[in-house]
Design a protein. Structure first.
Length: 751
């Protein structure tokens, strides 16, 4: 019988892990029973013990505590594993499933052959495994790999725990570095900042400082600078102003100004940063005025921005032989082939387009962009020109293909994107200036979504003899990635721009389109209460003053009312769009509520901060070139393997698999940010509008959200919040030098 221990008294015990009674895959929080020689009954231990297995001998250090329901237990502070030394312990160790595929019979043969030296043989003399009947080279390799992975992973978890870092990050670190994980963390921790952008810097900085790295160590200062620049890029900026960058590094990382400036200069000398003086646009907000206009670029973004300007100038410099076509025949051909009667304005655009090497067509919904694309494709194909169609996302490409009745692909596929496996982990575009796209005309839809890097690769693959037509709504939100490319191209005045402002008669019947244009112009939309008429309109407003009531209403609309009234599928047809992530009406809370109400599946996986269920709507959060899924792609979880900790997502009939360590790239998508909805359309859109979202109540955000809806748009909130959004026509400006560079390169070409 064990003597009752005083609460909070220190405990150091050693024993065999009898069983694990609870284990959280997300946090590695564990409740287990430890059999010790000093007590008749097993001791309960609790703590973050990632990677332990029944049968292992543990040495535990912690404190005794008394649980109100379960009694005495030890709260673990630190622990180490001692491998079992007895045959009985080794047999139990293997039967815990530590090495998948090693069944009871093979386990017995292995132990019968090597006895209590079995584990030593696997670890130090693995070539001898072939001595055992039934173990060939393939099986031996499998045993060795499983053993190595388990022990590396356990050591990694242990190290992170000692550093005070959540062991949940261990899986991602191991996925990135494999066998070298501990070596990288201990010897070059700031590598994580470059290789794992999301959270790598925080881990690296924590480890480095706990291992004694001084705050003003040059390696740390450089990592802080690069991390801040990545944050600027995440906010949409192509560069940071040197003064702002210095202040941010001082404030966030307790650095001295002179040290930061020295670090910026050193990174510039090594070629990692480019420093250049750029004239700031006169319409920038006040906080960008009257300050140092020295721009600090990551080298990759500088190369991309400069490359865009250079390629545009080169494209425009090549003379164009205008096509010999009669405008009357164009009109009759379109009318006969597509059953489209073009307006005089549209005919003027098409006529002029034949004299342009590059052109931009921009306009809101219902202004004829799609009709123009169809007509342009038909005309060029009629004169035997090779036409390629592309869009930034899979959904946008599919919609383009449907309306044009021609093949359209994502820009990545158009450019022959490939991912190189291996230590470099680099990605490549098969098409570039040495192997350009084989096309006479390249038409890209939803061009406002294209960021600086992707536009650079696209232009780099366009032959000087080709034509380029970019189509997009410049009033929508800019790209998720850095830059404001379409807007900057227009402001450069280097490319012919066609503005479509007239709403066609058939589109005037759509209250969604009419109200979208009203919002764009800062006018109050026509509002109809959802309860007044069931089917008379497409655009509704529900006045709800409290965020909690708004959230409850959105759940009811999504899960019950809209599916009943309009026969919508609550998962695939209805999309909640919100400007914020936090709060009652933010994406985080709404996704939890909607998942609970809509998805009653009992198959689920706790994974890195989320609970995913079979059948959930999920969104991919960042570009994953290896899997060919990109930031904002939405799919449905179609299968789960709980034993292998793996799930699969169906993206438009394309199945993509995710291991446990990769699920941090997913989030629930019943409710998503307006920014993430770009390039997509949904039968129904629900939009919360509350004053708590004040910072993001902007006219272009509201306009973008409304234009995502095809059949029904419902705003839930207060008219006060709506007024704030309409009045706020000063969206956050992005720092970009593209317009300036385009003008600069054109001047150089004209000299």
């Amino acid at each position: 019988m064990r003597t009752k221990q005083k609460a909070d008294s220190p405990a150091i015990i050693e024993g065999d892990l009898e069983r694990i009674t609870y284990y959280n895959q997300q946090t590695h929080y564990t409740i287990a029973r430890l059999k010790t020689s000093a007590a008749a009954r097993p001791v309960t231990i609790v703590g973050f013990l990632g990677g332990i297995q029944p049968g292992e001998t543990l040495k535990i250090s912690g404190f005794w505590e008394t649980h109100p329901k379960y009694g005495q237990q030890i709260r673990v502070n630190s622990w180490e594993v001692k491998l079992p030394a007895t045959i009985q312990g080794i047999r139990k160790y293997f039967k815990s499933g530590i090495i998948k595929g090693l069944g009871p019979q093979l386990t017995d043969r292995l132990i019968n052959h090597f006895g209590d030296k079995t584990l030593q043989i696997i670890e130090h003399h693995s070539d001898r495994l072939l001595e055992v009947d039934g173990i060939g080279k393939r099986k031996a390799s499998h045993i060795i790999d499983a053993w190595k992975e388990h022990h590396i992973m356990r050591g990694l978890m242990h190290f992170l725990q000692d550093m005070g870092i959540k062991s949940t990050y261990g899986a991602k670190v191991f996925h990135t570095y494999g066998d070298l994980s501990l070596k990288v963390l201990q010897e070059s921790p700031y590598r994580l900042a470059e290789d794992i952008p999301d959270f790598g810097f925080q881990i690296a900085d924590t480890i480095a400082r706990k291992m004694g790295t001084p705050d003003d160590d040059p390696i740390r200062i450089n990592a802080c600078i690069l991390h801040c620049l990545d944050k600027y890029a995440g906010e949409g900026h192509s560069f940071a102003l040197k003064k702002h960058l210095t202040i941010r590094c001082e404030h966030l990382f307790k650095l001295y100004q002179d040290d930061v400036i020295n670090g910026i200069n050193c990174l510039s000398e090594s070629g990692q940063l480019i420093i250049e003086t750029i004239p700031l646009d006169t319409d920038e907000p006040d906080n960008f005025e009257n300050i140092d206009d020295t721009a600090v670029y990551r080298k990759s973004l500088y190369k991309a921005e400069s490359g865009i300007a250079s390629r545009i100038a080169a494209l425009l410099s090549v003379p164009l032989e205008p096509e010999k076509m009669d405008i009357g025949s164009i009109h009759s051909q379109i009318a006969n082939q597509l059953s489209i009667n073009l307006s005089s304005d549209q005919l003027d655009v098409i006529r002029d387009l034949f004299f342009q090497k590059a052109a931009i067509i921009t306009g809101g919904p219902g202004t004829g962009k799609t009709t123009l694309i169809r007509s342009i494709v038909a005309i060029f194909k009629a004169i035997n020109k090779r036409v390629l169609l592309g869009a930034p996302t899979g959904r946008a490409a599919k919609r383009l293909s449907d309306v044009c009745l021609e093949k359209a692909t994502t820009i990545h596929r158009l450019l022959g994107f490939t991912y190189a496996n291996g230590s470099s982990g680099q990605s490549f575009f098969g098409k570039d200036q040495d192997n350009p796209l084989e096309a006479d005309v390249i038409i890209i839809d939803e061009a406002s979504m294209i960021d600086t890097s992707l536009m650079y690769h696209l232009l780099n693959a366009i032959s000087p003899s080709s034509r380029l037509v970019l189509v997009g709504d410049v009033f929508q939100l800019p790209s998720v990635g850095p830059g404001n490319v379409l807007s900057d191209m227009i402001r450069s005045q280097a490319i012919r721009v066609y503005y479509l402002n007239k709403i066609f008669r058939q589109s005037r019947q759509s209250r969604i389109i009419v109200n979208a244009h009203k919002v764009r112009n800062g006018e109050f939309p026509e509002l109809i209460s959802f309860d007044e008429n069931e089917h008379s309109t497409e655009f509704y407003f529900l006045e709800k003053p409290e965020p909690k009531n708004i959230a409850e209403t959105i759940v009811s609309l999504t899960a019950h009312i809209l599916p009943s009234r309009f026969s919508f599928n609550p998962v695939s047809d209805i999309q909640v769009l919100t400007p914020m992530h936090k709060g009652d009406a933010g994406t985080i809370n709404l996704n939890m509520l909607l998942q609970k109400e809509i998805n009653n599946s009992s198959t689920y996986m706790d994974s890195l901060g989320h609970t995913f269920k079979l059948g959930d709507k999920v969104m991919h959060l960042k570009n994953n070139y290896q899997k060919e899924v990109f930031n904002g792609d939405i799919g449905i979880i179609c299968s789960m393997d709980l034993q292998k900790k793996r799930l699969s997502v169906n993206y438009e009939e394309r199945i993509v698999n995710y291991d446990y360590a990769e699920t941090d790239e997913l989030t629930l998508a019943y409710a998503i940010s307006v920014h993430k909805a770009q390039g997509s359309e949904y039968p129904a859109v629900i939009l919360p509008l509350i004053t708590q979202h004040y910072m993001l109540l902007q006219r272009n955000v509201l306009y973008t959200a409304i234009t995502r809806g095809k059949k029904v748009v419902i705003m839930v909130g207060t008219q006060k919040a709506l007024n704030i959004a309409l009045s706020n026509d000063k969206p956050q400006k992005r720092l970009s030098g593209l317009s300036f560079r385009i003008k600069q390169h054109l001047n150089n070409f004209s000299l």
